[in-house]
Design a protein around this ligand. Structure first.
Ligand code: ZN
Length: 340
């Protein structure tokens, strides 16, 4: 994995922003730390203060390692300082260089600074270090020590790349997270200026929520956006229904068959619900009065017959001299005469 990273860095086809933007439209090609264009040569000479501090820290670590591993004194002193200059000055232009060291620096200036931090040291530097190591009591051979020296320089460059990746891809405070959050924040700012009258009464509390205490909380803002959009739709629907009721109100004031009969009330739902509610209330709280059972025609006739023929058999009161009644009365008198 480390070799793959190194091959990408040295070939220039590493996953920098300007490279990934060729196939990813969400990238803007800028450095997540200093906002300059991030090319393959940018990660090490980045001018961001945190990145510069990291470079200084790693360069000092390189100097300490060289001093503890029989590094050449001039090289141990000047090489970390040359790396910390981030290529703004040539190695040979540094003041105070001894003639031998200036000759080595002149050879190193033939290699760009961005390649130096990728482990590309000149042959003169390696020869100077090898000569010093031979004259020292170290048990390392010049070849293995040269490999370790280059490895220490590569760790410096790898630390910059790791720092850059964390700054770019961190899930909470990373640069990509900020890019994803921008349209959400713009939408929050736009909807936070919504008039309360555009929302239903039970949703107006959404306008009182304060996000200043949690500026990095995107999840709550996303949930708030969804709630606001739903509330705005509900408010628009309520206003449309209110306008419709306002337009239909004059016709509903006139007494019409529709207003009398709730089953034919097609004006608004509320009106029909009112009728249904009233009906339901009446049936639930006010029991219906028991009507007296009406007598049927047969019962009425029987009662009249009993009244006419029971108490006044001798002198039945003739109410209607219908032909049938006259016949019956004559038959009654004839039967009574016979019995007497
Ligand atoms: Zn940068």
């Amino acid at each position: 994995m480390y070799q793959q990273w190194l091959s990408k860095q040295c070939s220039g086809f590493c996953g920098t922003q300007s490279m990934v933007v060729h196939w990813d439209d969400t990238r803007d090609g800028t450095c997540p730390n200093c906002k300059k264009k991030e090319t393959a040569d940018h990660p090490n000479p980045c001018e961001n203060s945190d990145r510069t501090k990291l470079l200084t820290l790693m360069a000092d670590k390189l100097g300490n390692w060289m001093s503890s591993n029989y590094g050449h004194p001039d090289l141990t002193y000047w090489l970390p300082r040359y790396i910390r200059l981030q290529g703004i000055c040539r190695f040979q232009d540094l003041p105070g260089l001894l003639p031998e060291m200036r000759k080595v620096a002149r050879s190193q200036d033939l290699i760009p600074w961005t390649s130096v931090v990728r482990g590309k040291l000149s042959l003169e530097i390696m020869n100077l270090q090898a000569h010093h190591l031979i004259c020292s009591p170290s048990k390392h051979n010049p070849h293995s020590l040269g490999k370790k020296l280059i490895s220490q320089i590569l760790q410096l460059s790898h630390a910059q790349w790791v720092f850059r990746n964390v700054s770019l891809h961190d899930k909470k405070v990373g640069y990509m997270r900020k890019i994803e959050r921008r349209p959400i924040l713009r939408e929050v700012d736009r909807l936070s200026n919504t008039y309360p009258s555009a929302l239903p009464l039970d949703s107006r509390y959404l306008l009182e929520i304060d996000f200043t205490s949690s500026p990095e909380d995107v999840e709550n803002r996303t949930y708030w956006l969804l709630s606001m959009k739903s509330a705005i739709k509900a408010g628009m629907r309520n206003s449309a229904e209110a306008n419709q009721r306002r337009q239909l109100r004059p016709r509903s004031r006139t007494v019409s068959p529709a207003s009398v009969n709730p089953t034919h009330d097609l004006t608004t739902d509320s009106l029909s619900r009112t009728h249904n509610t009233n009906r339901a209330t009446r049936t639930s709280h006010q029991p219906r009065k028991q009507r007296p059972k009406p007598f049927s025609d047969a019962h009425q006739l029987l009662r009249s017959i009993k009244r006419d023929w029971s108490s006044q058999l001798s002198r039945p009161r003739i109410r209607h001299r219908a032909p049938s009644f006259v016949y019956l009365y004559q038959d009654f008198k004839r039967t009574r005469r016979i019995n007497q």
